[in-house]
Design a protein around this ligand. Structure first.
Ligand SMILES: [Zn+2]
Ligand SMILES: [Zn+2]
Length: 395
């Protein structure tokens, strides 16, 4: 145990030694925001950092051009810990979810741990997981078996709270494209089929549906195409929606109803609807054993977790799918007070001194927790026995 504590002290010192490199890498990614599956620069920069730190880097992974895997085998194949790195930005808003901090915390943790413990008693992998905000890179990586043989997966997410365990909603995207018929909007309106009306009716129908769903359900959307000119009956209209619920089973039920909203609007207007569905993001299964180790390390670093509210205040992430196959944690660390993610204010917090301080703290906490998993006898069995005793994942 004394050895472990001494190693943890060295891990902390190594993260501090990497401070300037990590902050400048994080700032560079913040300045060059790339949306899902286009994170070519970020993936290259992070891969180069890890290569320099002695990791063997592979890219692409699972058929994803901007996914990477960086591995360092210590003295044993197992335990095998994966630190996950997200680096996609939001369309139009840049790094307003702070993923520039997530990726540098994970690569910083990995580099510091390798330097602090040269004979690492296990294998350490950093997985670059693209497109968290859009396609769900982790869903594809889970399906392609990238997580097989891994004993624990972890990452941190910037937030307005210090929450070590927090649930998340299952989610799926739905694009509704309506095909109508153009006509002169004044001279021959009777010849037109108004695709925009079909989309607006879909909105209204979804609003009516809100009365009849459980309180965890969230349905939100935007109009991406609404016609070309007011004097032409819109022949094409399109909306992007996100549907969320507490479990994948509940999500499937709500999705069926949302689909009917669009189909009914098509019938009412005579337009033809084309529905495209995204990959399903699973709800989150937090591993309490792993979270307990992280909490202990954060306490050691002087930070106590806060108790999350019983309901509300949760989003969705493709780490849910990881948490269905491997013991997983996704703790949150505060980078600003009372600022919602996905806003310009949060984007600024993600490149503030407080944001970078949280990133470095997360790097220390994650590296120390990875070391616990590899060094403390029985930890892997405890994590997996908890994992196996949690309710069977819904389909
Ligand atoms: Zn986000
Ligand atoms: Zn995020």
């Amino acid at each position: 145990m004394d050895d472990l504590n001494a190693s943890k002290d060295r891990v902390g010192a190594e993260v501090d030694a990497l401070r300037d490199d990590l902050v400048s890498l994080s700032a560079r990614i913040h300045e060059h925001p790339e949306v899902g599956l286009q994170e070519h620069q970020a993936a290259r920069w992070l891969g180069a950092f890890l290569q320099e730190a002695g990791f063997t880097v592979e890219q692409p992974v699972a058929g994803l051009e901007t996914a990477f895997r960086a591995r360092h085998r210590g003295t044993h194949d197992r335990p095998h810990v994966a630190l996950l790195a997200e680096y996609d930005a939001l369309a139009g808003l840049g790094h307003a979810c702070g993923h520039n901090l997530i990726c540098t915390a994970s690569v910083g943790a990995a580099a510091a741990l390798r330097r602090a413990v040269p004979r690492l008693p296990g294998t350490l992998t950093v997985l670059g997981t693209p497109a968290e905000e859009t396609t769900g890179g982790k869903v594809i990586m889970v399906d392609q078996g990238v997580f097989s043989g891994i004993d624990a997966a972890m990452m941190f997410h910037p937030s307005r709270n210090n929450w070590w365990t927090r649930g998340a909603l299952a989610a799926q995207s739905l694009t509704a494209a309506f095909h109508g018929r153009a006509a002169h909007a004044a001279a021959m309106p009777e010849a037109g089929i108004n695709a925009l009306n079909a989309l607006l009716l879909t909105y209204r129908a979804i609003d009516a549906l809100r009365q009849h769903v459980t309180s965890d359900v969230r349905i939100h959307g935007i109009i991406t195409r609404g016609g070309d000119a007011p004097n032409i009956v819109p022949a094409f209209a399109q909306g992007d929606f996100l549907v969320r619920a507490g479990t994948r089973q509940a999500l499937a039920d709500v999705m069926a109803k949302v689909r009917r909203c669009a189909e009914g609007a098509a019938v009412a207007t005579g337009a033809r609807v084309e529905l495209t569905e995204g990959l399903v993001y699973a709800e989150r299964n937090n591993n309490r054993v792993l979270a307990g180790l992280f909490a202990e390390n954060m306490r050691r670093l002087g930070v106590e977790g806060e108790r999350p509210p019983a309901q509300g205040g949760v989003g969705s992430s493709d780490i849910g799918n990881v948490s269905m196959v491997v013991p997983t944690i996704h703790p949150y660390l505060k980078i600003a007070d009372d600022v919602s993610g996905h806003t310009p204010e949060f984007r600024e917090a993600a490149r503030s001194p407080r944001g970078y301080a949280a990133m470095l703290l997360a790097a220390k906490g994650l590296a120390m927790t990875a070391l616990d998993v590899m060094s403390r006898p029985g930890t892997v069995d405890e994590m997996w026995s908890e994992f196996r005793s949690t309710p069977a994942p819904s389909p």
